[in-house]
Design a protein around this ligand. Structure first.
Ligand code: ATP
Ligand code: MG
Length: 384
């Protein structure tokens, strides 16, 4: 068949559907055909396409992106002369079905706690506040994303949430039924309690509420298939650290300290909690190491040795090798980048601090994923 008055072939429904399969929902990042968002599709004898696309929610913030992507894909099919696009909205039942499809079932379990999960979960902890946990977390996230990994950050510091600002996330999560879609910035999916409170309202939550909030962020947020999830913990050895261990037993601790002896002592306590919770300590990051002065000399603003002290002490305590994964110098650019919402590793150029941060990211990226529950694909050797 051909279009009247033209020599080209007429498009068919299968061809248009194949084109639509290349369009991803901008928030869920899966093909709209897989998400059952293509409701009606017909092609007439003139090459005109009638198409109804269902939005997940009426107030879909990325609706224009979706419309543009759908239009470009359909118009790109040879022989298509016209597109009559209708936007609809999913019903509650359709949303529930979508949620179950994405989650692989009706439950509200935490995907990272499943034995077959291939996501590495790192909880970034420190004893003292203000040593740079959040700075290290967002920079490692951006550096891992730049290496092509799918990365999420959960800001578990409910009292002092700072991750959205440091990562430049201004969007709010979209709710699809009881599923929460995380906004993304600098290639990283981010969820923070800061996105659910108005302005700078202080959050006054106690242990059980914190536990529930964390559980919800882990179970109800649609993270997709992450390679790495980083949790920015509040300082100290409090409820959130223990909840993390209970909710995701395979989460490993990354301990941040400054070179200062007093900070190192407290960092040891934060790391030692891993003994009680049976978590692994993946390593220590020494932040705020020697500042390089304009004349090239260095100044040990916070002293020296903290990272080594913590690593040695945690190695002894846990009976495993806990390495210092990197030493990040004090640098004005690290602070200004964080204030500007672009992690310094995502900005142009490099410096001793970005080199050190990227080196830590490389060490984490090189680690094998957990193998528990994963089929090794080994078949029995043939008998002779
Ligand atoms: N290597 C560095 N060089 C310069 N400034 C830094 C460096 N690391 C962190 N900072 C700055 O120090 C301050 C504290 O850092 P950050 O908020 O990351 O610490 P934190 O451990 O997460 O704090 P809190 O305990 O309050 O959560 C921030 O202003 C940050 O920009
Ligand atoms: Mg912080």
């Amino acid at each position: 068949m051909s279009v009247p008055g033209s020599a080209g072939p007429l498009p068919d429904v299968a061809g248009v559907r194949a084109a639509l399969a290349t369009v991803k929902d901008p928030e869920i990042r899966r093909p709209i055909t897989e998400l059952d968002m293509v409701a009606d599709l017909a092609v007439d004898e003139r090459g005109g396409v009638d198409l109804t696309v269902l939005l997940t929610i009426a107030a879909c913030p990325l609706r224009d992106t979706l419309v543009n992507d759908v239009t470009a894909a359909v118009r790109g099919v040879p022989g298509v002369t016209d597109l009559r696009l209708t936007l609809g909205v999913m019903t509650d039942d359709q949303r529930t079905a979508l949620r179950e499809k994405l989650r692989g079932g009706p439950g509200r379990e935490i995907p990272f706690a499943r034995p077959e999960s291939r996501t590495r979960v790192y909880a970034v902890a420190s004893g003292k506040g203000g040593v740079g946990k959040s700075t290290v977390t967002v920079n490692l996230a951006a550096a891992l994303a730049a290496r092509g990994l799918a990365v999420g950050v959960l800001d578990a510091d409910v009292y002092g949430f700072s991750v959205p600002r440091m990562l430049g996330v201004t969007g709010r999560p979209t709710r699809v039924g009881d599923m929460i879609l995380p906004p993304q910035a600098n290639g990283v999916k981010v969820i923070s309690v800061g996105m659910f409170v108005d302005g700078n309202t202080p959050v006054v939550w106690r242990g059980p509420m914190l536990h529930r909030a964390l559980q919800q962020f882990l179970a109800d947020v649609f993270w997709g298939d992450l390679d790495v999830l980083l949790l920015d913990l509040p300082p100290g050895t409090g409820d959130i650290a223990i909840s993390t261990a209970q909710l995701i037993p395979t989460a490993e601790l990354l301990v941040v300290t400054t070179p200062q002896a007093a900070a190192a002592e407290v960092a040891e306590r934060a790391g030692a909690i891993a003994l009680q919770t049976r978590q692994r300590v993946v390593g220590v990051v020494e932040n705020m190491a020697a500042l390089v002065l304009p004349d090239g000399s260095t100044l040990d603003v916070f002293g020296t040795g903290g990272g080594d002290t913590v690593a040695a002490s945690l190695s002894r305590l846990t009976g495993t090798d806990v390495p210092v994964l990197g030493r990040i110098p004090l640098e004005v650019g690290v602070r200004t980048a964080g204030d500007a919402g672009v992690p310094v590793v995502a900005a142009e150029g490099s410096s001793p601090a970005t080199d050190a941060l990227r080196q830590v990211a490389a060490a984490l990226a090189a680690r094998a994923r957990p193998l528990a529950g994963v089929s090794l694909g080994i078949s029995p050797a043939a008998r002779r």
